[in-house]
Design a protein around this ligand. Sequence first.
Ligand SMILES: *Cc1c(COP(=O)(O)O)cnc(C)c1O
Length: 385
Amino acid sequence: MVDLQGQYARIKDQVSAAMQEVIDTTTFINGPEVQAFQSELEDYLGVKHVIPCANGTDALQVAMMGLGLKPGDEVITADFTFAATVEVIALLGLTPVLVDVDPVTFNIDVAAIERAITSKTKAIVPVHLFGLAAPMDQIMALANEHNLYVIEDNAQGIGAHCADASGKKHKTGTIGHVASTSFFPSKNLGCYGDGGAIFTNDDDLAHTLRGIVNHGMYERYHHDVVGVNSRLDSLQAAVLRAKLPHLDHYNRARREAAAQYTKALSGLAQVVTPTGVCATGMGVCAQCDCHVFHQYTLRLIGVDRDGLVAHLNGLGIPCGVYYPIPLHAQKAYQDERYNEADFGVTNQLVKEVISLPMHTELASDQIAFIASAIKDFINANKSTL
Ligand SMILES: *Cc1c(COP(=O)(O)O)cnc(C)c1O
């Protein structure tokens, strides 16, 4: 699904030298690399504050702690996403409120958010799922109207853009009150272990967050609030500093691969490609910059998905199902307040989606081979369905 070795081979000298430097200076924790990465990422994103931390899940948790959310507060997020998002809401004793997604973008459905808002609602967590910017303009308008916080889960969307009402583009993760990201190795900007960061333009919130990630300390050995220990280590920061200058190029490579998949698969009635006009209405996503294709995800209509997975795997082609079970149906997150009828899209998507190999090193002939393997399977099995 990803080719981290191929990517590493191209930047080996830079990464090795950067890691060796950290080892030579033994500044493993809070070394100068962490500070430098933080300010380089602030510049890249166009955001005032980046607070590095240990992983993307911690980033979400700390963001919610920093906003002062309290048990009983309701937090609305998407039913169709990775569990980390709902997990931290529940861990903090907040009440997760899962809502359905849009069938074209797979992102949180703004009308469903609106229906779920109650007097207890305190925050909305949109996820830029698979690398496509959620409709932030509409979400921010709704949040402002109801006085809610917006926490962007940007773990899959780093480098993507979203236009505001005037058409001005902003990077995802810089639009809400606070945002989280992950540097898990397979993410669009991945390190060589675990890593994450929180972003915000709010000076006071940034100060609060910096204390929370460091045991609630604002002055050494003075613990003003209950915090956590969540650090990005210097070795990971060194890797990320070496990779950040390549991020736009990496994302372009992903978009080009996506465009090639879409072209090769167009014309198959059983396959819905993810080229839909983006949430901001700016154009075709394979070409525009609102989608950084963390995943390239198809919807299969009337296709035996298990059969297709077996066919592809038999040819040595990996593929994935992200995500096979809606969060509202997971044992840990079931809630009697939910009504199945409210999750029509997610319930359908979990049966139809399949994600193809997507990374920065995909070659044209690999994409062509994968697309023709899909076509062969569908054409051979048409008559039986
Ligand atoms: C990967 C991911 C996370 C969690 O990141 P970790 O660094 O693995 O903790 C959170 N949300 C989404 C949407 C993700 O894809």
